[in-house]
Design a binder for this molecule. Structure first.
Ligand SMILES: [Mn+2]
Length: 357
């Protein structure tokens, strides 16, 4: 990439809430968020305030990135509104972000695309002409491919910053895994909350989606550095997965009723492996559906939010939490349109807050 990192970010990102590509319909959803963050939803003012915030990337300790894509989902959708819902709920619950945090905005999402490897040259050229008029460079056009380049640019501008992603379906964790690999080599741990293993090699022949990112991530890290917590819906058993793959699992039924003991056991696993740098991926469906109903694949008999928060806080204290995500929050599935009050978005906001250094 020839363009300077900040230039690339200006092309690949939009102000918070503006990443879902809209023409005449749908742009209004972001208005309350923009007013809440910048005090205005007027385009020129928002653009100026957002560009100022990009200038602060080098000076802060945490960067927040929205990836409003649910093209990688496969059951119920709506996680494309996750970044909007979680940010609105965050504002309502906690107010403005702390001074050491910058929200860099949303990856621009063309909602029919997922990863550039899935596209013909013709489609890539056509979308490039729309997204980046007048630019010769062959820039990425799909949300996961753009996110990979955004994370590269953020790393270039501030290699020490913690990067927190708001998804999006769980496929958005794949570019995050590439980021961890670039930053730490193969020596990083991943603490992964989920009802599902996300360990498929592919799903109906599709390599990149919500069900495969964790399988591919195993190839980027040392054995048993991926720890999955809260599993309860899989076509295979824990024994099957742990024998077949270098993964460590703690299923929901092992944790329920023994939270205090299991929390220590999970943390001890990372310490035994001498892991220092940790990434925390929080699929909100790891939490019981009674507490997190607005998600694409809600499951009962899950983790309590209290346990997930307690483990996240401890992980932040005991490890160098280089990054994390909150994914699969799908506020439209709640049937409510005031996302600032919506239950699952509010929980997502608490999870996000628990990760901020
Ligand atoms: Mn998942």
């Amino acid at each position: 990439m020839n363009l300077p990192a900040l230039e690339r970010l200006r092309l690949f990102l939009r102000p918070p809430g503006r990443g879902i590509f809209t023409f005449s319909t749908g742009g209004g959803y972001a208005t309350p968020l923009l007013r809440g963050i910048y005090g205005s939803s007027e385009s020129a003012q928002v653009q100026n305030a957002w560009e100022d915030s990009l200038q602060r990337i080098r000076r802060v300790s945490t960067l927040i990135l929205g990836i409003p894509s649910d093209t990688g989902a496969g059951i119920l959708r709506g996680a494309n509104f996750g970044p909007l819902g979680v940010r609105l709920a965050y504002l309502k619950r906690f107010g403005a972000l702390p001074k050491n945090v910058v929200d860099v905005g949303d990856v621009i999402v063309v909602p029919q695309l997922l990863h550039d490897e899935m596209l013909s040259e013709g489609q890539k050229a056509a979308t490039r002409a729309e997204l980046y008029p007048g630019i010769e460079e062959k820039l990425p056009v799909s949300p996961l491919s753009i996110a990979e380049e955004v994370l590269n640019a953020l790393y270039e501008l501030n290699p020490q910053a913690q990067v927190l992603i708001i998804g999006g379906d769980h496929s958005v964790s794949w570019p995050a895994m590439l980021y961890c690999r670039k930053r730490c080599g193969d020596n990083f741990g991943v603490l992964h909350f989920d009802a599902h293993t996300d360990l498929l090699e592919n799903r109906v022949g599709v390599k990149y989606c919500f069900a495969t990112w964790a399988r591919h991530a195993l190839q980027l890290m040392k054995p048993h550095h991926l720890v999955q917590v809260g599993l309860r819906t899989s076509s295979h058993t824990k024994e099957y997965w742990e024998q077949m793959l270098p993964v460590t699992q703690f299923w929901a039924h092992e944790i329920r009723g023994r939270e205090t003991e299991m929390l220590e056991k999970i943390l001890a696993h990372f310490h035994q492996l001498k892991i220092k740098q940790l990434y925390l991926s929080n699929d909100i469906d790891g939490t019981d559906m009674a507490e997190a109903p607005a998600t694409g694949t809600p499951e009962k008999e899950g983790l309590t939010a209290q346990f997930v928060l307690a483990l996240s806080e401890r992980a932040k204290k005991e490890f160098d939490l280089i990054g994390g995500d909150v994914v699969e929050v799908a506020p439209p599935l709640s049937g409510e349109w005031d996302f600032a009050q919506e239950k699952t978005s509010l929980l997502g906001a608490q999870y996000l807050n628990s990760l901020i250094k």
